[in-house]
Design a protein around this ligand. Structure first.
Ligand SMILES: [Mn+2]
Length: 293
């Protein structure tokens, strides 16, 4: 049977596709944002394997690790609370495909990055797989050929070879330029409300793609951070992301569940949603009511 993969444009989503290309007969790989799957706006058929995204009953198989995603009673594939969705796919196939163990390092790195098990220095000076993961910015659809290219690179090449690939080198150079501007924007557009660092970039204009962990290194005294940006994929919408500070994990609230109240989702420690621009101030205020307790 020929399958298509429907996945998320991040390192975890790409590595899911890498594993599946070793274990199933894969035709196409499509990249989509979770919110579009959640809202039933994506065409999905029984030939689709959905990974690292919400479940849709039309699909043939589903693999995920997001605690807030609704689990059907009966489905083909696997769900568990794991550091990455790629780990869920890997564990599912490993008994029948022992050769997958050649991806041991890639799996460890994907787990580490997707669950943000990072040190202060790694965040300030990202290298290797972490740096590579930062070149994958799911917001720019013109980047799709790059994501497809990365699936093939990660499937067949070693990390040094991947980092030497001309397209990767170009993306890394662009990321570093943008990240410099992004760090500046975080410094200029952030404020602290009790235990929450709020970075409100709605008035920034065209937001550069930057290191999303930088906020935690910038303000390590707060245990939560909220990022508010205009949504590029949906004009008129604002995206709100909240996460535990990876260097100060003293928060104790289920962010994924909180986001669900507002039409979004995520994990216990990180989640996001998109709301109409005119509702954003009210939603932010309500969320802060839960977050600053
Ligand atoms: Mn994931």
């Amino acid at each position: 049977m020929k399958w298509n993969v429907l996945t998320r444009a991040d390192l975890d989503g790409i590595v899911c596709a890498v594993i599946l290309k070793n274990t199933e007969d894969i035709d196409k790989i499509r990249f989509v944002e979770p919110k579009f799957v959640q809202d039933g706006e994506v065409e999905i058929s029984s030939n689709d394997i959905i990974t690292n995204l919400p479940y849709d009953k039309r699909c043939g198989m589903w693999f995920d690790h997001h605690i807030a995603n609704v689990k059907p009673k009966d489905f083909k594939g696997a769900f568990k609370v794991a550091p990455s969705a790629a780990r869920v796919v890997y564990d599912y196939y490993l008994p029948n495909f022992p050769a997958l163990s050649k991806y041991d390092e890639l799996m460890r790195e994907t787990d580490k990055i997707d669950s943000a098990q990072l040190t202060y220095n790694e965040v300030l000076e990202p290298e290797g797989y972490l740096l590579l993961s930062m070149t994958i910015d799911g917001k720019f659809h013109e980047d799709e050929p790059y994501w497809q290219h990365l699936v093939n690179l990660l499937k067949d090449k070693s990390l040094p070879d991947i980092m030497n690939d001309p397209m990767v080198k170009d993306k890394v150079a662009k990321f570093k330029e943008q990240d410099f501007l992004f760090r500046q924007a975080v410094q200029d557009y952030s404020r602290v409300e009790k235990n929450v660092l709020i970075t409100d970039l709605r008035n920034y204009g065209d937001l550069p793609n930057g290191n999303r962990y930088y906020v935690y290194a910038f303000q390590a005294a707060t245990n939560l951070s909220m990022r508010i940006t205009n949504d590029r994929e949906r004009p008129g919408y604002v995206s709100i992301g909240v996460g535990y500070n990876i260097f100060n994990k003293t928060a104790n609230i289920n962010i994924g569940e909180l986001m669900k109240k507002y039409g979004g989702g995520g994990h216990k420690a990180v989640g996001s949603t998109k709301v109409k621009a005119e509702d954003a101030d009210r939603v932010v205020k309500e969320m802060l009511g839960y977050l600053t307790r």
